[in-house]
Design a protein around this ligand. Structure first.
Ligand SMILES: C[S@@+](CC[C@H](N)C(=O)[O-])C[C@H]1O[C@@H](n2cnc3c(N)ncnc32)[C@H](O)[C@@H]1O
Length: 348
């Protein structure tokens, strides 16, 4: 998948073929204006108030508590961007907006888009990172509100992948105990416990994260079957032969190789015999040629926002093997292009 400049009519398509329009301005100025307009529409509630049907600009402004003039400009920008349609002086959600930003849509990315205001500030650090090689501390959020945006964003993303993860992840048949390290909202634990009636899960995450993630988990009504453990995966005792299944999703890109190797060693000790660990990560492209647009940009993003960037399958399987576990074939996730499950097994 990639973003690409496309002509809106025959003449523009021809001009693009001839290399005439300045595509760089589409890639920069137009891209960031469009992104920001969608983000602002989300934060101001434009997509929420339009979920129930078409409205005039004045009605949208009245419901969002915004100026009519500014709202009209924003609605026009969103219509030009494919997020709204405009008929008889009224604006309506396009099918894209309804699916991905509609209020109550099961696939809503609203919370992820709200977190993008924080990510916007973070990517302003690309230049400093490239100059110095010094990453940001992604988890150095200043407020509970920022932690909340982060946790809700992770939950929105996980909702898309959860059905595939639950269907394809090799949870041992006998499993009764699951540890979800860096599990945040705990939604994968919830989904696993719904599939496996004998399973209970513990979701380990940093205390500031758990404070914000607790209400997200509570909404699922799982009671004692899925509980939070506020702690630190790098410092707390994970136990010995305590867990049948350990799940570690989107955590290892935050740490250096040395730290991940040690964490996998402690995970191996914490697994029961025949237990399974599953690591989910975006994969480090083998070369810029293989990366694709999203993979290459995410590698830069993760390098800026964590201590390491993405990891290759070989690197992650190496840590698992060094921890004394046997390594299964990785599972590439269809719902998260560029991500895979890396699997280790504690054979007896
Ligand atoms: C990118 S999020 C992934 C959340 C979730 N696993 C998912 O896939 O949606 C990384 C999570 O790891 C947590 N985390 C970071 N460092 C941690 C640590 N040392 N111990 C436990 N959790 C940690 C963060 O607070 C955050 O919730």
């Amino acid at each position: 998948m990639k973003l690409k400049v496309a002509g809106e009519n025959f003449l523009e398509r021809m001009a693009l073929l001839l290399g005439i329009p300045p595509v760089t301005l589409m890639d920069t100025h137009v891209s960031f204006m469009r992104a920001r307009a969608i983000m602002v529409g989300t934060r101001l509630g434009v997509f929420d108030v339009l979920t129930d049907g078409a409205l005039s600009a004045a009605d949208v402004a009245a419901r969002c508590g915004t100026s009519t003039i500014g709202t009209t400009k924003l609605l026009n920008a969103l219509a030009g961007s494919g997020y709204l349609t405009y008929t008889d002086a009224r604006y309506e959600l396009s099918s894209v907006a309804r699916k991905w930003l509609g209020r109550d849509s099961p696939t809503s990315m609203r919370d992820k888009v709200l977190f993008e205001f924080i990510e916007w500030s973070m990517v302003e650090g690309f230049e400093d990172y490239v100059r110095t090689g010094e990453p940001l501390d992604m988890h150095d959020f200043a407020s509970g509100e920022q932690w909340g945006l982060y946790q809700r964003a992770m939950r929105a993303l996980t909702g898309l992948a959860a059905p595939e993860i639950v269907a394809r992840t090799p949870v041992p048949a006998h499993a009764t105990t699951m540890l979800d390290i860096g599990g945040s909202h705990g939604f994968i634990s919830v989904a696993m416990c719904r599939k496996y009636p004998a399973l209970t899960a513990t979701v380990l995450d940093l205390p500031s994260a758990v404070e914000q993630a607790a209400p997200i988990l509570a909404r699922e009504g799982m009671g004692d079957r899925v509980v939070h453990w506020p702690g630190n995966a790098l410092e707390d005792d994970l136990g010995t032969s305590a867990w049948d299944f350990i799940y570690v999703s989107q955590l290892l890109h935050h740490f250096e190789a040395r730290v991940n190797r040690e964490l996998l060693r402690r995970i191996a000790r914490a697994l029961r015999p025949n237990g399974v660990v599953v690591v989910v990560e975006m994969l480090r492209p083998a070369s810029p040629h293989d990366a694709g647009q999203v993979g290459a940009l995410l590698d830069l993003y993760f390098a800026l926002t964590s201590q390491s960037g993405t990891w290759s399958i070989d690197e992650m399987q190496g840590w698992i093997a060094d921890a004394g576990l046997s390594v299964d074939k990785p599972i590439r996730l269809r719902t998260v292009p560029g991500a895979a499950e890396i699997i280790g097994r504690k054979t007896t």
